[in-house]
Design a protein around this ligand. Structure first.
Ligand code: UTP
Length: 285
């Protein structure tokens, strides 16, 4: 069955982006001029998602407002003949139906996803973490959907990472079963290097079987005292198939400043003038 709904959890504290996240939600931080949430919703739309549930924290209404009509702005753009900008504004707010769910306390990604159960119901759904930016055609989520069509069950996005970052990541224990596809035997959140079952890290795109909600309902805290989505997905192993998809595409972790800078440089590289500006600036260093 088609994956029609996506959960986009953005209610975290964003401590790695302090001080700006004191008053600006991380999801509204831009890569050049486009906020992270825009990229996430655009990817959902590209993958045929019809409804996106944004899990926000209290006070983050500015994020949902981003997808509402701004009549004055749109009228001004029309008056000035800026049809290109006007079309861009309309395209993103008409792309997907946006629903918001409030997480009143940051109790973990698993807790945030569970709150969207009322929107998702009992069907296979997608999860997109806007911090994980991936550039590719077909989009990373589309690649996971393809693996879901072939293998059923749940699918998580995976990427091989360097040893030194393994203790800060969700790590996958898996055996390859096809090109870029692995059958998952286990998942461990933030393992010590010596306990890590490999170097494949979970990246923020998921296609999840609704059985994951049953395990989230228990509300058991895991690593860092937070309710971890990784634990709930791991608990479904044996009940539903679980695959990892080593997606194709350039990935930047825009959830921290260095990754955000790399994301901006990646965007700049595809624009002739910006690319030259970057090269000139580096030449002056
Ligand atoms: P992170 O682990 O990156 O946490 O969450 P964070 O709060 O965003 O950032 P730091 O670590 O404090 O800098 C991964 C994703 O899960 C969401 C976040 O918003 C992010 O999209 N999340 C996390 C929630 O929605 N709720 C939570 O309780 C925790």
């Amino acid at each position: 069955m088609k994956v029609r709904k996506a959960v986009i959890p953005i209610a975290g504290l964003g401590t790695r982006f302090l001080p700006v996240t004191r008053s600006v939600p991380k999801a509204l931080l831009p890569v050049l001029s486009t906020p992270l949430i825009h990229y996430a919703v655009a990817e959902a739309a590209e993958c045929g998602i019809e409804t996106a549930a944004l899990v926000i924290s209290p006070g983050m209404e500015g994020v949902t407002a981003y997808f509402e009509s701004h009549h004055g702005l749109e009228q001004a753009l029309a008056d000035r003949g800026r049809d290109d900008l006007l079309a861009q504004q309309r395209a993103i707010r008409e792309a997907v139906e946006i629903v918001s769910v409030v997480q009143s306390e940051a109790r973990g990604l698993g807790h945030a996803v569970h709150l969207a159960k009322s929107v998702v119901g009992r069907e296979t759904f997608a999860v997109i973490l806007p911090d994980d930016m991936i550039w590719n055609r077909p989009a990373a989520l589309q690649q996971l959907m393809q693996v879901h069509r072939e293998h059923g069950g749940s699918v998580i996005a995976a990427r091989a990472v360097a040893e030194e970052v393994i203790p800060s990541k969700g790590i996958i224990d898996a055996k390859p079963i096809g090109e870029r596809v692995h059958q998952v035997r286990g998942l461990v959140e933030k393992p010590a290097l010596e306990d890590a079952p490999g170097n494949l890290s979970i990246i923020g795109r998921y296609v999840l079987h609704p059985a994951v909600f049953d395990h989230l309902a228990a509300g058991k805290a895991g690593a860092g005292g937070e309710i971890q989505i990784t634990d709930a997905i791991a608990a479904t192993i044996g009940e539903v198939p679980l695959s990892a998809c080593e997606f194709e595409g350039y990935h930047a972790d825009a959830g921290e400043p260095q990754g955000m800078l790399l994301a901006a440089l990646h965007e700049a590289a595809s624009d002739r003038e910006l690319r030259q500006a970057v090269l000139d600036a580096i030449g002056d260093w």
